[in-house]
Design a protein around this ligand. Structure first.
Ligand code: PLP
Length: 391
């Protein structure tokens, strides 16, 4: 049996009529830029994410870029972040003329480690001396929150704002000392992506920034519109970062289903966790699972560590089981960041993760037969263990 890493068709099928109806409405109105669907989706997304405001953006990348611009990050600044992430996180920092100050990840969660962050801030590489750390940009990788409380404290001590890259984690919760919080609601701003492969995906590119700071929300609204609030009057230099009305309409239909999709991803993860227990396959840890949270992990990706990862990946692909490496090259080793002066060995946990991790199919509509086929194929590809372990 072939199992793709992701199949979006079974999610679309039951929503097809409703989505085509709302798309028709937008087409009939010929109102494609901003308007009622963007506003309605922003209102509902803010409520879902536990923030006072949400500002639609053209992509997750543009959400990060606009949030950093809004925080005043610019040439000469440093932004503390993780080297183990999708490129956009670090790319946006560099596009603004700032430089990423990387700190290594916690090998259990793959997220920015507050202990490593403190170590790097206390003793930054010589080339960072005298640079102001203007922002922290933690990533909630794969769908699980970074350890935000110590990062928020550390950021406050350094006079830095916190911008959360929540692109993979919409709806995930964190047990903060102040109570249960959704990702994207803890820092000054949270950045979300609606790229089709995220848990909430639109029909192309889309994104969002959440914030509970009214002035910052106004700034973001201006920034996404070339820095203008009043037409042809520009307060600042922004860009065209607007969310399309067509995409907002799709997202409006999908948002009410998001939690039920999270629940099915979590059930698939629980199935894999049980099947791989006691084998060479190291399953993802849910570190806040015992804190009474409903959504300690939303599994945008289900990522295991396996010995001989490249071999396992090839054997799975040959068997028709979709799998992927997120991510094979950490940011500090990217060619385009050569000038930043980082070297192999600087962030051993990120480098080890890049060579050991493998994402398996986890999408909500996986059938029982598909899940069993994935487990059996992994068992064979990883060198085998007693089949009795496979349910
Ligand atoms: C997807 C993603 C982004 C970028 O989102 P786009 O909508 O593709 O621009 C940024 N950061 C992380 C961690 C992501 O997973």
């Amino acid at each position: 049996m072939k199992v793709p890493l992701l199949d979006l068709k079974p999610q679309y099928a039951p929503l097809r009529e409703e989505i085509r109806k709302i798309l028709d409405e937008v087409c009939d109105s010929q109102h494609f830029i901003m308007g009622p669907h963007v506003e309605a989706f922003e209102r509902k997304a803010a409520a879902y994410c536990g923030s006072a405001f949400a500002v639609g953006m053209s992509s997750g990348t543009d959400a990060i870029l606009a949030a950093l611009m809004g925080a005043g990050v610019g040439p000469g600044d440093a932004v503390l972040t993780t080297p183990y992430t999708f490129f956009a996180t670090a790319g946006c920092v560099v596009r603004l003329g700032a430089i990423p100050l990387f700190a290594d990840i916690d090998p259990v969660t793959f997220n920015l480690d507050p202990v490593q962050a403190k170590r790097v801030l206390d003793n930054p590489p010589a080339r960072f001396k005298g640079r102001r750390v203007k922002a922290f940009l933690p990533v909630h990788l794969y769908g699980q929150s970074a350890d935000m409380d110590p990062l928020l404290v550390l950021a406050r001590e350094h006079g830095a704002v916190v911008i959360e890259d929540a692109c993979q984690a919409i709806g995930a919760e964190y047990p903060s000392a102040a109570g249960v919080r959704k990702v994207g609601s803890m820092g000054l701003a949270g950045c979300f992506s609606f790229f089709p492969s995220k848990n909430l995906g639109c029909f192309g590119d889309g994104g969002l920034v959440t914030t509970s700071d009214a002035a910052f929300a106004e700034r973001l609204k201006a920034l996404r519109n070339h820095g203008s609030q009043v037409k042809y009057h520009h307060l600042m230099v922004g860009g065209n970062f607007r969310l399309d009305a067509l995409q907002a309409a799709v997202l409006e239909v999908k948002l009410p289903h998001l939690d039920s999709w999270h629940v099915r991803r979590r059930a698939n993860a629980a199935y894999y966790d049980a099947a791989f227990q006691g084998t060479v396959v190291q399953t993802p840890a849910v570190v806040y699972g015992k804190s009474g949270l409903a959504m300690p992990h939303i599994y945008n990706q289900y990522v295991v560590r396996v010995p001989d990862r490249e071999g396992v990946r090839e054997r799975l692909s040959a068997a028709g089981i979709g799998c992927e490496v997120y991510y094979p090259v950490p940011m500090h080793l990217q060619d385009c960041f050569r000038d930043l002066g980082y070297r192999r060995g600087d962030f051993p946990e990120s480098e080890r993760a890049a060579s050991e991790t493998l994402a398996l199919p986890i999408y909500p509509e996986l059938t029982d037969g598909q899940r069993a086929a994935v487990v059996e194929a992994v068992r064979v590809a990883a060198g085998g263990w007693p089949a009795a372990n496979t349910k």
